[in-house]
Structures are given as C-alpha cells and as structure tokens.
Design a protein around this ligand. Structure first.
Ligand code: BG6
Length: 504
C-alpha cells in the first residue's frame, strides 16, 4: 500500500497537468477503437498539454514507428496536432510479467520526462485481457512504479471492465490491485458514466424544482430501464461466451444508470458525495433468494431473424460461440429498492443483443390521478403520464401527458413534450472515453466506479448468476429483431404493466 494521493478540487482552470499515459494492451482493439481516438480529439481540442506522451506496451513485436502508424490510422479524421503529438509516442514490446519489459518501460518514461517534460506523472491504463490486470499491477508495484504522490507527482491506474466475473473474483482482483495501488489511485471505467446524458440525470433531478418533488413512491408507479442493442456479438463471441448479458451490461451499465436515477440528492457534487449516494442506493436494492430468481428474472438467447430488414444469424451460429451455448444474450428482471423513497415501486430492467433498435432509455411511469373527472369514453386515448430520459441515441427527455383534443367534446389524448439535445446543443456529444480519460488526467474520480460500488453490484446479480449457472431457469429463445422472449412480456404483464418500447 502507498500513501493516499492528495485530494484534488477538480478545477480545470489551470489546464491538464503534464503526463505520460502508458497503455498496456496497446496493439489491441480497445486501444485502436476507443483510447487513441479519444486522445486525438482531446489533443485537437487542446485539452491536453504539449508535455504529454503515450507509451504503448504489448506483446506484439512492434517498434515506435509501427505504433505511431497505428495511432495515425486509428483516427482518420485527425489533423496536424494529432500527428505532431503522435511523433512523441513510444512503444515497448514485451511479456507483461517479465522484468525486462518494466526495465525498458522505466527507461522510456524517464526519457519522456526529459524530452517532453511529462514531469514524472503517470497514468497507467490497463486495456489488456482482464486476466492480466493483477499481474500488471503487481509488476508496476514490484518495479517501484506504483507509488502515489511523491514530490507532487501522481501515479494513477485506469482499469477497464470487467471487474471480475462474480463477487469472489472481483474481491480477489481488488486485493491484487490494492497490493500496489491505493484506492484513490484506481480509476475503474464504466463508459456509461462518461455519457453526457447519463450525467444529465443528475442535472435533471437536482438542478430543477419541478421533478424532484414527484420523484418518489407517492407519484411514481414504476421505473423501466432499457438497454437495447440491435447488433449481435460481432467479433467478440469468445469474450461473450465467458460473460453474457447479465455480466456484460446489467452488473455495470444498468447499475450505474439505476443508481443515478434513484439515489438521494448528494450533499456535495464531488467524487465522494455522488459515489456515497450511489452505493447507498445499491445497498437498498433487494437481494433475491435463489428461489425468487425464477419469478424475478428471465433470460433469453437470439436465434436467426432479421434486423433492419437484413437476415442475421442466431447466437449459436456466431464465430467462437459454442453451438450448444447456454449464454444469455437477453435479460429482463424486476428489482425492488427497499428504502423510504422507493418502497413498493418496481424497477423493470431489460437488455439484449439483436433487439429491434439501439436505444438506452429510463422511463418513470407515474400513478394515475386519484379521480378522472372525464368519462371513460372521452379519455380512452389517455395513457399514464411518463417521463422518458433518452440516454442514446437521439439524446433527450420526453414527457408524455394528456391534453384536450380540439373540438366540441372534452376528449383527452396523450401528447408529448420533447427536449432534444441535438436541437438545443448542435455540437455532437463527446465520446464517453474522452471525458473519462481527461477526468483521470485531472485526478477527478467522480465518474469512476469505487470498489464498494463494484462489490454491491455483484451482490445484486449474484443470486441470478448462481441460479442460472445451476441450470435452474429455462433459457428462452427469441428471433433476432424482436423484443426478446415472451416470458419477458409475462414478467411485467403479471403485474398488470407493459414494457415501454423505445421508438424505432
Ligand atoms: C460494452 C459491452 O460495455 O458496452 C458491449 O461490453 C456493448 O457488449 C457496449 O455493446 C454498449 O455500449 P454503448 O455505448 O454502445 O451503449
């Protein structure tokens, strides 16, 4: 263990500090698809200082020029500033557990400090296979590269998901990381937290007087969270076979959205203020007994079907997938938050691959008025009041309510008041990785996942994982391009409710 880093005030006024970003897994897909493009956009927007460099580390036998070429090719739309920055990038080829790799890395980093003024500040980014996270953290510790805040310098560790594959392995991973790094140095990424519209849930709730008073069990009938994807598992069949939708989406992204949507107002909007409330909310989520799983959760797997008019293969036909696989590509579940604000308000969660659209939405459906003074016939087209937060795509907020239809009768019909991010703020939203990388450079952990959040999220999904792994629930099949298996409709239908499908 090392001494804790000094707290930062999150101020961006002075610009980002000098830093060398070391990317482990530099020749991999994530680096090329997400990390390098995010860095390029930050450079082009002058959000990173000139005293900044990237050192790629991986087993692939590249040299500096190979890595620099890939950094340019990964960002085809980047301009001269990125090319100039890339000329400072270095590459270290080597085995992750081997002392030579770390000796070379040390020399390259010392060179960067001298040549580019990176001032001994380090951001180590673990973008490797998860099995390497502990090995790398240990090696950094062993080679004296993990110590926090010595003479004003910082050393931080950014860790990609997945954080373990169950509570036990997540705890073991944390133990591995904490052998060399203090919790204040560890930045666990859940890229959903970097999305503007996920952060906007906080603005909507806590910067406005009108929403918070009705944001509770007195007025809200139930909450729905939908994370729908129209893509299949693409080239990630091998990974997905070890994960499934519950681990891949629910344990992290859904829990992030759920906690921000339902947590109490923080006393301070800072890293601990927000994360304390998120954890408190997750602790209030009812943990299912094994025998409740069958009535509270549904799993499904897509078979061949059609999405956007194109025929697509079933999950079991995808590359690197076992033809008899029992991995779920769809989850629907009902959760309860047992606290003063939400007791008795069910939260229905639905996520899946190969659904009809790509859409992430949170919907709060409100209770009906105590007495409707219009005859049933005239109010037939009136649905429940609903507030929908569209996290992606077409980011925005929509409030559905009843209005009088023009005419002689007092007929009421559903109408919508719609706020669209794109129409109000023409600049396209920044990629989540840009925001998160910059926050890590600035030392602001607010949007990163703290160890106790990871733990609690695993506790919530664990009984479901256990029951499913014990084969205690059927795996229903659904045709690609549909909203999942029939059982999901029954799950919510039994409670007299129905899913709110995102618009196509
Ligand atoms: C990742 C999952 O965390 O999130 C992927 O591993 C999924 O399976 C992706 O496709 C979805 O992210 P987004 O930002 O497209 O909603």
């Amino acid at each position: 263990m090392t001494a804790a880093e000094p707290a930062t005030d999150g101020s961006r006024a002075a610009g980002a500090p000098p830093v060398a970003i070391v990317v482990f897994g530099a020749s991999g897909d994530l680096t090329q698809r997400k990390i390098l493009p995010a860095l390029a956009h930050l450079v082009e927007r002058s959000m990173l200082p000139r005293a900044f460099s990237v050192v790629g580390v991986a087993r692939t036998p590249w040299n500096d020029e190979d890595f620099q070429r890939v950094a340019i090719q990964s960002v085809p739309d980047a301009g001269p500033q990125w090319r100039e920055a890339v000329s400072r990038f270095r590459y270290v080829a080597g085995e992750y557990g081997h002392p030579d790799t770390f000796e070379s890395l040390r020399q390259v980093l010392e060179g960067a400090d001298q040549e580019h003024g990176t001032a001994g500040n380090r951001l180590f980014y673990l973008a490797t296979l998860p099995a390497m996270f502990g090995v790398l953290a240990d090696a950094l510790g062993k080679h004296g590269m993990a110590s926090a805040a010595t003479s004003g310098r910082f050393t931080r560790l950014v860790v990609e998901k997945p954080f373990g594959r169950d509570l036990e392995s997540a705890t073991a991973l944390d133990k591995d990381l904490h052998r060399s790094f203090d919790e204040s140095q560890i930045y666990r990424i859940d890229h959903y937290m970097g999305k503007e519209t996920v952060q906007n849930v906080l603005a909507l709730r806590f910067a406005n007087a009108v929403f918070e008073p009705v944001w509770n069990r007195r007025y809200v009938d139930h909450v729905q969270i939908t994370v729908a994807e129209s893509i299949g598992v693409e080239h990630r069949g091998g990974f997905y076979e070890t994960a499934g939708a519950l681990r891949d989406i629910v344990q992290n992204h859904v829990m992030a959205v759920l906690s921000l949507t339902m947590m109490e107002p923080p006393t301070r909007v800072d890293a601990e203020g927000i994360r304390d409330e998120k954890v408190k909310l997750l602790r209030a989520v009812e943990i299912l007994d094994l025998d409740q799983v069958a009535t509270h959760a549904v799993r499904g797997q897509y078979v061949a079907g059609s999405v956007d008019g194109a025929r697509v293969a079933g999950y079991r036909e995808e590359d690197d997938v076992d033809p008899a696989s029992r991995i779920e590509t769809f989850v629907a579940m009902r959760l309860h938050v047992d606290n003063w604000r939400w007791a008795g308000v069910p939260v229905y969660v639905r996520t899946g691959k190969r659904l009809p659209v790509r859409a992430t939405e949170v919907a709060l459906q409100f209770r009906p008025v105590p007495h409707l003074p219009f005859s049933g016939r005239l109010a037939r087209a009136l649905g429940p009041n609903t507030l929908i937060v569209r996290i992606q795509p077409d980011e925005g907020i929509c409030l559905r309510f009843g209005a009088k239809v023009p005419g002689q009768e007092f007929r009421i019909q559903d109408v919508a008041m719609d706020f669209s991010y794109g129409a109000t703020f023409p600049e396209p939203p920044h990629d989540a990785y840009e925001r998160l990388l910059l926050d890590a450079v600035h030392g602001d952990p607010t949007l990163f996942i703290r160890t106790d959040e990871v733990d609690q999220a695993w506790r919530i999904v664990s009984p479901i994982l256990d029951a499913w792994e014990a084969g205690e629930a059927p795996l229903s099949r659904y045709p690609a391009g549909t909203w999942g298996p029939e059982e999901a409709v029954h799950l919510i239908g039994r409670d007299g409710r129905q899913w709110i499908d995102p618009a196509p």
